[in-house]
Design a binder for this molecule. Structure first.
Ligand code: AMP
Length: 286
């Protein structure tokens, strides 16, 4: 059975109604496209858990800042469709910005109802340098949940802050959907897969590799009994390539999202850095 690309909300809703009438469970995998093995792992989990799978491919304009890479973000729907076919996806939902946000776009944000995640979750880590980013993410994700009426939605732990914010939104807004976290998929040498890796030159890629190396070093030390986050941080900094422009390395309790001084079980160690002009993120859970 082949994957159908649907661009219109009303058309997707017809399929969803049909599926619901048949009591099929629906799994949603929200993406911005340029699909890689990381996305594929989410899709595989969805395929195993659900009767029907929708992958959304939408480069969401309201989650990009004015100086970010919205225009140059890779768009390759033909490749995405081929991968989705291979993985048995039922529908790719690929709406236009106008379809999602209305005729005159409402993209200047003056005319759009937004979801505002709690301040303490957005005023930190990636939210510090990406003002409004998580409002844009939460808003589009809630729209996708409402449009697809999915029973399960699959999110990568690669975007740990996003995952935490979405789980919080589901709790706070009483949404009837189960969020399924999925592990980070990496290249053989450890680099976390990202659609933005295609921006990296060979040299920048080698600098970026030190991010996962530094995270692994922290894990090794922690497993060996070191819990002081200052000590762990120093060891990471000694490994990180000096050409990287480090934005943050932080230790947070992944149950509460609070910053911590002593690492323990379920501590999120998150890092963001620019390699050349490309901003990358990675993390590990201790
Ligand atoms: P994106 O297309 O970057 O918005 O990502 C769509 C989904 O794929 C998000 O839930 C991401 O966390 C997840 N994802 C992206 N890269 C990876 C990866 N390397 N491993 C696992 N999940 C990923």
């Amino acid at each position: 059975m082949s994957t159908v690309i649907v661009n219109k909300i009303y058309e997707l809703k017809k399929h969803i109604k049909d599926w619901k009438n048949n009591n099929y469970t629906i799994g949603l995998v929200p993406t911005m496209g340029a699909l890689h093995k990381g996305h594929a792992s989410l899709i595989k989990e969805a395929r195993e858990a659900c009767d029907k799978v929708v992958v959304s491919v939408f480069v969401n304009p309201i989650q990009f800042g004015p100086n970010e890479d919205f225009d140059k973000y890779p768009r390759q729907i033909d490749n995405d469709k081929a991968l989705c076919e291979e993985l048995g996806v039922d529908i790719i939902f690929a709406p236009s910005a106008e379809e999602m946000y209305g005729k005159n776009n409402r993209l200047n944000n003056t005319d759009l109802t937004f979801v505002c995640p709690p301040y303490n979750l957005v005023d930190c880590l990636c939210g510090k340098s990406r003002q409004g980013h998580f409002d844009g993410v939460a808003t589009v994700v809630l729209k996708l949940f409402n449009i697809t009426k999915a029973d399960f939605a699959f999110f990568g732990q690669k975007d740990a802050q996003q995952l935490y914010i979405i789980k919080t939104m589901v709790r706070d807004l009483n949404l009837d959907i189960k969020i399924v976290p999925c592990s980070i998929v990496r290249e053989n040498d450890g680099l976390a897969l990202s659609s933005r890796n295609t921006y990296l030159s060979k040299e920048e890629r080698s600098w970026a590799l030190s991010m996962s190396k530094a995270l692994n070093q922290i894990k090794t030390l922690y497993d060996g009994g070191v819990t002081d986050t200052n000590v762990l941080l120093d060891s990471a900094i000694s490994i990180l390539n000096k050409n990287l422009d480090i934005e943050y390395i932080e230790f947070r309790d992944f149950d509460t999202f609070e910053k911590i001084d002593n690492a323990k079980t379920n501590t999120l160690v998150a890092i963001a850095a620019k390699s050349g002009k490309t901003r990358l993120i990675d993390n590990i859970i201790l």
